[in-house]
Design a protein around this ligand. Structure first.
Ligand SMILES: Cc1ncc(COP(=O)(O)O)c(C=O)c1O
Length: 397
């Protein structure tokens, strides 16, 4: 007889046996530089809350106020009865912030990629992806009926080769969609979006950038990668992002032309068939944009800390890869060494997760640190001291 559920336990046990299961830590309270994780006071070094906005008083006040004025939930999907004035205001504010014609907010960044990508390219089209794109892009591409091709990581010349190859296809592809992460989350390097946009324009291809780790970090006042490269809007047709990282809340978004937004909200199934954000989320996201526009010091401090930390880690002899952003990998090679380093850092008061195979290559296991503007200079010195102590103890430096 068939056992309908035995695979659940077997597959889980297999993951545990190979140390590939997620061992969840519990954050007891807000995501602040000094926080409580599993009952221990530690310095947060692996959160995406780059600017410390998740616990900013203006965001919290906005969320509380929205609950009082609009309730706890929206009651529906947006196309039916869940389209609140707060959602509309957020989209207007985001478009203005991004200097775009229009923006559309999704429930999450994952929902934006999974909902929009398969609509932008279908049978008779081709999607061309950077080989290291985020999993939510990969899943979005898998939902499309378009053909697929991959170019070498962050290599515009290889993209050019793939495009030339694609042009030989008979019958000619109807549409070509190029997708890249803006900042790559495992290494902290930046996609050469200026070169990608130039090559794309020569082939009439559409460019889609996932700027989840660039927003609030790169560009004028944290406006993201399109601003960083000072690119014209029509050269990068889809700028996708998330409110779950530097903005400190939750929610995905796309910005671009009015045509893009009109198309996207009518076609994305994750948008039309899934409940809209609770009012508190929309209001907190609006407040996050307010803070970015009126308190430029957060982005400035983030970069000061980033430069100091990278310099110190390099001087100590750690391998920090080629990161150009506040994501600083500490590459140690063996998975077991990365796990040991993470465990010892935690015991000494630093919370930084190990990233191991299959998330990165087998010999590139690492600790991924993410800088935070809410840290003080004293916090940073403490962290550098702990990295030095544990790095020497484990013979990494
Ligand atoms: C590059 C990238 N894209 C998309 C996402 C998904 O964003 P969200 O957390 O809003 O679903 C993430 C988050 O991990 C990401 O790193």
């Amino acid at each position: 007889m068939r056992n309908p559920t035995i695979f659940l336990r077997e597959e889980y046990e297999d993951l545990v046996k190979n140390s590939l299961d997620w061992k969840l830590r519990v954050l007891q309270g807000p995501s602040t530089p000094w926080c409580t994780v599993d009952g221990k006071k530690v310095l947060m070094f692996c959160s995406n809350n780059y600017l410390g906005l998740s616990n900013h008083p203006r965001l919290k006040e906005a969320a509380i106020r929205a609950v009082q004025t609009h309730g706890a939930g929206s009651g529906s999907v947006r196309p039916i009865a869940g389209n609140m004035d707060l959602h509309i205001e957020l989209e207007k504010r985001l478009a203005k912030f991004k200097h775009a014609d229009a923006s559309l907010v999704y429930q999450t960044g994952f929902a934006a990629n999974a909902g929009l990508i398969p609509q932008l390219a279908d049978k008779g089209d081709i999607i061309i992806s950077d080989e290291l794109n985020h999993g939510s892009i990969i899943d979005g591409v898998r939902l499309s009926h378009a053909e697929r091709a991959v170019y070498k990581h962050a290599d515009a010349q290889d993209l050019q080769r793939v495009l030339e190859e694609a042009e030989k296809h008979e019958p000619p592809y109807r549409r070509i969609l190029i997708i890249t992460d803006g900042v790559f989350s495992m290494d902290g390097d930046i996609a050469p979006l200026d070169k990608i946009a130039k090559v794309a324009a020569e082939h009439g291809a559409m460019v889609y950038v996932d700027d989840a780790h660039g927003e609030g970090v790169l560009g004028e006042g944290g406006r993201g990668i399109v601003s960083h490269f000072k690119l014209q809007r029509d050269k990068v047709q889809v700028e996708m992002g998330t409110f779950s990282k530097a903005f400190g809340v939750v929610g995905g978004h796309v910005s671009g032309s009015r045509d893009l937004v009109n198309f996207a909200y009518n076609k994305s199934r994750t948008w039309t068939l899934s409940g809209s954000h609770p009012p508190a989320v929309a209001a907190a996201c609006i407040a996050a944009i307010d803070v970015l526009e009126s308190e430029p010091q957060h982005v400035k401090t983030l970069w000061e800390h980033t430069r100091n930390f990278k310099r110190a880690m390099k001087d100590l002899g750690f391998n920090i890869g080629n990161s150009q952003t506040p994501i600083t990998p500490i590459i140690v090679g063996e998975s077991s060494v990365a796990k040991k380093l993470s465990a010892r850092l935690f015991e000494e008061g630093i919370f930084a997760l190990a990233i191991v195979f299959p998330m990165v290559a087998r010999d590139k296991a690492r600790i991924r640190t993410i800088m935070n503007a809410a840290l003080t200079k004293k916090d940073l010195d403490f962290a550098i001291g702990v990295f030095e102590k544990v790095g020497k103890e484990l013979h990494i430096i």
